[in-house]
Write a protein that binds this ligand. Structure first.
Ligand code: NDP
Ligand code: 2IT
Length: 451
């Protein structure tokens, strides 16, 4: 009998904590997965003996580097950059780049770990990775952002490649930053290749990549509601964030007949009882993305709305909730409040927005609750399609891509049902997503032996 057979969940987690001191986000992400996987692998000697979960929870490598740049006043600034290559069992490493002052090795390790399962769920051949820097884009000029992106890529380029590791955007990194980084990659390597996704349409990007994460999250939500014979018509939605994912989730909710009540940023949330319609969403997009404004200013443009400083929007009664800002933005008490106010379904647009206590509250209440690795996979899925288009030197039409995105989200939903159906009409989507994602990566790893 393999020694690892005797390791139970608490002992396993003790080891993870010991090996990753001061990395609470990473430990949290591993724990959430391990809780489901331990039960699943109980009877599977191979997964145990080959220590598959232990190996997935140890990144293939973590590259850490210095990023020097000059600000507009000629001051030398020094940031830290990372690329975490978590696992490439089923395809090249793939995952976004985040620029935010809260970025640490722990945050990027948790994101790369989650990405491994998420990418497997899409059905496309992509491994899991994540990168970023503690650089704060807020208040920086466009020239400063360009210089930073160029300096970041001057180190990153040696670790990535179309068949090695393909980064994309995440918090603080959108089309503009991808452009600066792609320009620098091409300048250094003289190689025009699909090394990044989220590119501009003129230089190898894919239609609907910008919309894909938010749209996909709402498609997933609609799939969940359909299991109970419901749809989004007339449903009220509370959404956090006001960036790429939040605004496109809001847009799709409105298109499917729902009413969006809130959006937020790190300063607080706005509540618009009339509903945030397409015209108001367009205002938010321009205001946040192009003018780099704050959500607080929404109330000057739409005076019936109120702004609540320093708070998240979970106390606003709603039918469905979509956390689309950042990790650990929805805590145990918030989950209890949502349920007490009658919320039926939660679909995560962000990565790990619900803390472990909140996850347990949602599970115990048996509501429709989708973890980010299932419901926000639409973004990376269209990134995967962008990679295919680049390899083939072609581009699909918008309606073809819309259909592919819908099909992929429905496929992920089906995988969750396969492994998460608990009987009595309850589907544990966390368990379903964890097991379905794990199984695909684990089976590939078994084929490769001990490497
Ligand atoms: P953006 O940079 O476009 O927007 C981020 C939004 O979240 C902003 O409204 C920002 O507010 C808010 N936010 C960021 N950090 C915090 C914080 N610490 N506290 C409160 N609010 C915060 O990023 P995205 O929309 O792309 O990403 C949002 C989430 O979705 C992230 O968890 C990301 O990992 C996830 N995701 C993104 C995908 C993508 O394709 N872009 C794909 C899958 C998941 P402020 O302006 O004040 O900073
Ligand atoms: O968290 C995510 O899935 C992303 N930020 C998108 C990754 C990608 O490679 O498109």
């Amino acid at each position: 009998m393999a020694v690892s057979d005797h390791v139970d969940l608490p002992t396993f987690m003790e080891g993870v904590k010991k090996r990753n001191p001061h990395q609470p986000e990473f430990v949290q992400a591993v724990q959430e997965v391990a809780e489901d996987i331990f039960e699943f692998i109980q009877d599977n000697e191979d997964y145990h003996a080959q220590q598959i979960l232990r190996r997935i929870a140890e990144p293939d490598r973590v590259v850490s580097f210095r990023v020097c740049w000059e600000d507009d006043n000629g001051n030398v600034r020094v940031q830290r950059g990372w690329r975490v290559q978590n696992n490439n069992a089923i395809g090249p490493y793939k995952g976004g780049i985040r620029f935010h002052p809260s970025v640490t090795e722990s945050v990027l390790k948790f994101l790369a770990f989650e990405q491994t399962f998420k990418n497997a769920l899409t059905g496309l051949p992509m491994g899991g990775g994540k990168g970023g820097s503690n650089f704060n884009p807020k208040g920086k000029s466009v020239r400063e952002i360009m210089r930073f992106c160029q300096s970041f890529m001057t180190e990153l380029y040696r670790h990535i490649g179309a068949d090695i590791d393909v980064p994309a955007g995440d918090i603080g990194v959108g089309g503009r930053e991808i452009g600066f980084m792609f320009g620098q990659y091409k300048r250094i390597t003289n190689n025009f290749t699909g090394v990044l996704t989220g590119k501009g349409l003129e230089w190898g990007g894919s239609l609907i990549r910008t919309e894909a994460t938010g749209y996909g999250a709402v498609y997933f939500l609609a799939n969940m509601l359909a299991t109970r014979g419901e749809d989004l018509t007339g449903k009220t939605a509370v959404i956090s964030g006001s960036g790429n994912v939040a605004t496109h989730a809001a847009e799709k909710i409105v298109q499917l007949g729902g009413k969006v009540l809130t959006l937020s940023d790190s300063g607080g949330y706005i509540h618009d009882p009339d509903g945030i319609d397409q015209e108001k969403i367009d205002w938010v997009k321009t205001h946040k993305t192009h003018r780099r404004g704050r959500i607080e200013e929404y109330v000057a443009a739409y005076p019936k709305a109120t702004f609540v400083a320093g708070k998240t929007p979970w106390s606003v009664p709603c039918d469905v909730a979509l956390p689309c800002a950042t990790q650990n933005e929805l805590l145990g008490d918030d989950a209890r409040t949502l349920i007490a106010n009658g919320c039926q379904a939660v679909a995560e647009g962000a990565n790990m927005p619900t803390d472990l206590e909140g996850v347990h509250v949602f599970k115990a209440a048996r509501i429709l609750y989708a973890p980010g690795k299932a419901s926000n996979a639409g973004g990376v899925a269209v990134s995967g399609l962008e990679m295919s288009q680049n390899s083939e030197r072609r581009s699909w039409k918008e309606d073809e891509l819309q259909q592919m995105l819908k099909d992929i989200m429905a496929g992920i939903h089906k995988s969750c049902l396969t492994f998460g159906d608990q009987g009595g009409g309850y589907i544990d989507y966390v368990k379903g997503a964890n097991i379905a994602g794990f199984k695909k990566v684990a089976d590939a790893m078994l084929a490769f032996g001990v490497v």
